[in-house]
Every structure is written in structure tokens, then in C-alpha cells.
Design a protein around this ligand. Structure first.
Ligand code: G6P
Length: 589
């Protein structure tokens, strides 16, 4: 099949990404338009281009494809250049490190209860660790009962089974995950988590500071960095080193997120034969954003990360920003074609792997009894009132832009009074990080905007916003499957898995209203109504467009988005990383 990038032959059938060199070194160009009306759409990576090709150049690109569309359907960056490695055949020992544990314990009147750790990162890493033959997951003991468990298994690991309700198991269980829970001194952890990682690094990386007033960095913050962040990174580096040594000094160490930027360098110094990668799950802004931090802090963070062989991100933009930081803030030579930085004799590579979900597992959950029960309630309401449903699912994090989302909804009702009583906004908001003052204040702000909108627009006793401040995954999945619009309007978001979950289980062709500032927008933006997260009027108009979109268009967009998510699932996220790590480092072969 031959097709042109800008052909207008029929309805769009699929999306394809090609590596840059498919076109003989043609500068990487974007194809930003919506695919409607195209029979074949191709998007390109931006990585090495400094200027976009002209429309005439783009028109001249011809794409040859003899493969079946679905077999080659992918949005993974330069997927054709990449070998995928089957994790089950990967025989190198792997040590995974994240702050969040897959399991967390509490003492319920003398009975130990276990529950799954919160957040999308845990879901992804459970998939990652579960697929590997020999993996141990090092993570933090965060509850009192976690600490009791950590002490019981002091200096050793234990096994859990996460396939159903999380439970202890033994190493012979084929579903066993090996865990090392690490206890950290409470005061050091408070500074690490509550002063540096969550307020400071999270705020810098999501652009949340109102720079006129914050941050105010003083001795308190410097101490929290030196005796909290640095200390806790040393504690976890020690735990990783112990696991490496038990494996004869050779292992692949996969570090995760902003809690542990210093670990790689510490581990490399003590275990020179390891291969290290660090996945940054949140945005990485350009050098100017990092200038908010004192030079000694930002330089330590950067040099810590440069202890890795590969530093990985969800999007090309974040990876490029990272290299620019190394160049501008540390004066190191970088190569934006190869996406590398030279650190003395070593070369560190920045790579891109958009994280995803386990589609089959989610579909299984969507058809579970728990979800079906919740569906009945929602469907009754929808059918009875011929109503429409907007859904959002988030942690109560300022980066999620929840307050502006409700302001946009209020504007929608103001502009379209005929929708009052017809549209309900169901918001599942899981309280998060309430020990950080800005987060506690944000929950209060959410409460007050919801109270105002509901007071202004309640009709026949029905309030338009149904706010649920707790985690209820089955109801969230039920809501995904019957809603008309899913709203994701983050200010900044590394990826956002809600967008991927919702399009995968929607049964009413939900329209995705998706912030341009999410990593997910790079993959799914062409099949979403884009939201500009600071523009209330635009978001209100976009919600209206989504709610009133013609059924055929809704179906077309939703199916294309779901196909992308299915073809680029979490298994690919891992297998591409393993392939690259093997190729880049040789992994001792
Ligand atoms: C984000 C971060 C994760 C974090 C999660 C939940 O997804 O990338 O590292 O675990 O939020 O946040 P919490 O502070 O509750 O662990």
C-alpha cells in the first residue's frame, strides 16, 4: 500500500510512526493535524530537527507500507529501529527501586492487612517486575506496619503475590514478586519526602511555583536536602548495593522517579560492573526552571542522574530538556542527534519510552462483578435522565489542575444553560500528600469551588458535580466505561494513564478531553479534544465540543486512541528498555 502523508483518500484507518531515517535523514517533522479524512496518517519524531519542513516538503514525503496496519501499529518512538526483548527470556538479574511499594500493610486491631500501593507507577512496575525472571523490588516502608514487616525481614527479602488481593507467598509461586522493604529514619524521611521530593522537586518539575512568592529557600531547605534527601538516597543506595553484591556484583539496576536522583552515582562508585538506568516519570523542564534551585543542589541532582547509563523519560521533549540541563548547567558536551552527554570518559544516553497500561488486565477488571455492580447505578441515572456524564480521576495534586477544571465546567453551564440538569461531572479525587501544606490547601480549594458551582447550578435537587474524595477504582472503571467525556486538564503531567485507561474500556465512545501538557498528548492528542490548561474559556468550549460531538466522529477517535494504547502497552515499555540497555551497554556480553 502506498499513501501520502497528506492524502485525503478516505476515513482514517490507523496511525503509524516511522523512524527518522526511513526518509533518508529527512528532518523530523510533525504531522499535527487531526486524522479525520485521511486514510493514512504518519507522525514523525521531532528529535533532531531544528526547523520544521515546509508544507511542500511534507507533501513530498511518500510512505511505503506493505505490512498489515495492525501488526505494525505503534506509537513507540522510533519503534522500527528498536529490537524488543522478551522479558521472560531476559536472564540478567534486575534490581528495581521506587519509593512507593507495591504492597503496604496496616495493623487492624492486631490483624495485619495488606493493600496494593497507590498510583500508576506501582501498576506499571508490578507489570515490569512480574515479567522478569529474576527481579527484586527495593522500596520504602511508609506505614508503621510496613516498618514492623521491614524489621521482621531485616536484611532479607520476602515474596508477595499481587495477582488478586496482595498476600505473602513463597519464592516457588510463579507469580511471586521479591520485595525488600527499607526502613528510613522518620525525621530524615519527613525532610526527604515532605520538604524536598514532593514540594520542591515536584514543584520545579511541574512548574507549580508562583515565582513571585515561592520558593523561599533558606537554611531549613538546605538542611532538609543535606540531611533528608541526601541521607535517604544513601540509605536506598546501600540497600541496592547489598542486592547487587548478592548477585555477584553484576545486575541491571532500574531506578525510578524523582525521589532517587542521587542513587545511581552512589551505586556506580561501589559496584562498577552494574548497568544503571533511571526512569523519570514526571516532566523534565528546561535549564531555566532548574535555576530556581541553588547551584549546589541542582548540580548534585544532575551529577547523581549522570551516574546512569541511560536516563529515560516519557517524551522526547523531556529527554532533550535533560540534555540541555547537562549542557547549560554543568557545561558538559551533548549530542542531540545521538541524545547523549559525555561525562568524563563515560557516555550517558537519554531515551524515550512512553509508559502505558496492561490493557487485558484492565478489560478483565472492567468485566468484574465489582465493576458491574457499580455500573448498574451509573447507567440507571444516565438512562433515566437522558443525561451526559463527564468523568475525571486524579490524585488531589495541584499539577492536575482540578480547580480550573471545575471553573471550566461552571463556564460551560453558564454559557449553555440548557445543559444544567443534563450534564453531571463525576470526580474521583484521591487525597494525596496531605502532609504538604500546598496539597492540603488545594483540597480545601477544590471543596470551595465545587460548593459554589453546585450552589449555583443545582436543579430539581440534583447537584451537577458529584465529588468523591476517596479511592474507588471499580467505580472509576465503571465510570470510564459509560461516560461521555473524560477530562484530563493537567498543568503538566509526565504521562497520565487515566487517559489511556479510559479510552481502553469506554463502551459509549467517550471523548477524551486532554491537556496539551500531558505526555499522553504526544500519542493520543490527534484523537482527543485538546485542552489548554490555563484557558478556562477554551476548556469550557472544548467540553461543549466533546459533549456534542457526532457519534461517528466519537467512535472514530475513541477506536483509534484505543488501538494505539493496545499496540503500545506496558509490555512494550519494558521490552524496548531492555533491548536498548542490552544494546547500549552490552550487558556484559
Ligand atoms: C506520581 C509519582 C510516583 C508516586 C505517585 C503517588 O505518579 O510519579 O512516584 O508514587 O505519584 O504519589 P505518592 O507521593 O503518594 O507516592
Amino acid at each position: 500500500m502506498r499513501s501520502r502523508v497528506d492524502g485525503t483518500i478516505g476515513p482514517s484507518t490507523y496511525i503509524q510512526r516511522y523512524p527518522a531515517d526511513t526518509f533518508g535523514g529527512f528532518p523530523l517533522a510533525g504531522f499535527p493535524d487531526t486524522p479525520t479524512g485521511y486514510d493514512f496518517v504518519c507522525t514523525f519524531r521531532w528529535r533532531t530537527c531544528s526547523t520544521r519542513p515546509s508544507a511542500r516538503d511534507r507533501r513530498s514525503i511518500k510512505i511505503a507500507s506493505d505490512e498489515s496496519p495492525t501488526s505494525d501499529l505503534t506509537t513507540g518512538m522510533h519503534s522500527r529501529q528498536r529490537r524488543a526483548v522478551d522479558p521472560r527470556e531476559f536472564n540478567v538479574p534486575v534490581i528495581v527501586l521506587s519509593h512507593r511499594a507495591p504492597i503496604t500493610f496496616r495493623d487492624d486491631s492486631g490483624v495485619r492487612r495488606a493493600r496494593r500501593g497507590a498510583g500508576g507507577l506501582v501498576t506499571a512496575l508490578v507489570g515490569l517486575a512480574g515479567q522478569l525472571n529474576d527481579a527484586v523490588w527495593v522500596c520504602a516502608a511508609t506505614t508503621d506496619e510496613d516498618v514492623v514487616v521491614a524489621r521482621e525481614f531485616k536484611d532479607s527479602t520476602f515474596h508477595i503475590d499481587m495477582t488478586g488481593e496482595p498476600r505473602f507467598t513463597d519464592a516457588n509461586d510463579s507469580d511471586a514478586l521479591e520485595i525488600r522493604l527499607v526502613e528510613v529514619d522518620q525525621a530524615a524521611h519527613d525532610d526527604f519526602y515532605g520538604v524536598i521530593a514532593n514540594p520542591m522537586l515536584w514543584f520545579v518539575q511541574h512548574g507549580l511555583y508562583d515565582l513571585t512568592y515561592s520558593p523561599n529557600i533558606g537554611q531549613r531547605e538546605r538542611d532538609a536536602f543535606d540531611h533528608g534527601y541526601v541521607t535517604v538516597n544513601h540509605v536506598f543506595a546501600d540497600a541496592v548495593v547489598r542486592e547487587v553484591e548478592q548477585r555477584g556484583g553484576r545486575a541491571l539496576v532500574m531506578l525510578h522517579d524523582y525521589h532517587f536522583y542521587l542513587v545511581a552515582d552512589l551505586v556506580r562508585k561501589r559496584c562498577p560492573d552494574v548497568v544503571l538506568s533511571h526512569f523519570v516519570h514526571i516532566p523534565w523542564p528546561g535549564p531555566d526552571a532548574w535555576r530556581v534551585l541553588p547551584p549546589e543542589m541542582r548540580e548534585q541532582l544532575l551529577y547523581g542522574l549522570l551516574g546512569n547509563d541511560v536516563v529515560a523519560f516519557h517524551t522526547e521533549r523531556f529527554a532533550r530538556n535533560f540534555l540541555l540541563c547537562a549542557q547549560e548547567l554543568l557545561g558538559l558536551p551533548i549530542n542531540l542527534d545521538k541524545m547523549t552527554v559525555e561525562v568524563g570518559p563515560r557516555t550517558v544516553t537519554a531515551r524515550t519510552y512512553p509508559i502505558s497500561i496492561d490493557v487485558d488486565a484492565l478489560i478483565k477488571t472492567a468485566s468484574s462483578k465489582a465493576v458491574r455492580n457499580r455500573l448498574d447505578d451509573l447507567e440507571q441515572w444516565l438512562v433515566a435522565d437522558d443525561a451526559k456524564l463527564i468523568v475525571r480521576v486524579d490524585r488531589t495534586d495541584p499539577s492536575k489542575n482540578i480547580v480550573r477544571g471545575f471553573l471550566a465546567f461552571e463556564k460551560l453551564l453558564d454559557d449553555h444553560p440548557e445543559l444544567v440538569g443534563k450534564v453531571r461531572f463525576l470526580a474521583f479525587l484521591q487525597p494525596s500528600r496531605l502532609d504538604v501544606p500546598e496539597y492540603a490547601q488545594y483540597v480545601a480549594d477544590i471543596g470551595s469551588v465545587v460548593a459554589r458551582v453546585n450552589a449555583r447550578h443545582t436543579k430539581h435537587g440534583d447537584a451537577p458535580i458529584d465529588l468523591r474524595l476517596h479511592e474507588d477504582f471499580p467505580t472509576a472503571v465503571a465510570a470510564y466505561s459509560v461516560c461521555d467525556v473524560v477530562m484530563v486538564n493537567s498543568l503538566a503531567d509526565g504521562m497520565n494513564l487515566v487517559a489511556k485507561e479510559a479510552v481502553s474500556v469506554s463502551r459509549r465512545n467517550a471523548v477524551l478531553a486532554l491537556s496539551e501538557n500531558t505526555g499522553a498528548h504526544e500519542e493520543l492528542g490527534a484523537f482527543a479534544v485538546t485542552l489548554y490548561p490555563f484557558d478556562i474559556q477554551q476548556q469550557a468550549d472544548a467540553l461543549y465540543e466533546a459533549l456534542t460531538m457526532a457519534p461517528t466522529k466519537r467512535r472514530e477517535l475513541r477506536e483509534a486512541a484505543a488501538a494505539i494504547v493496545r499496540s503500545n502497552d506496558v509490555a512494550k515499555w519494558l521490552s524496548f528498555q531492555l533491548a536498548d540497555l542490552s544494546e547500549i551497554t552490552g550487558l556484559w556480553s
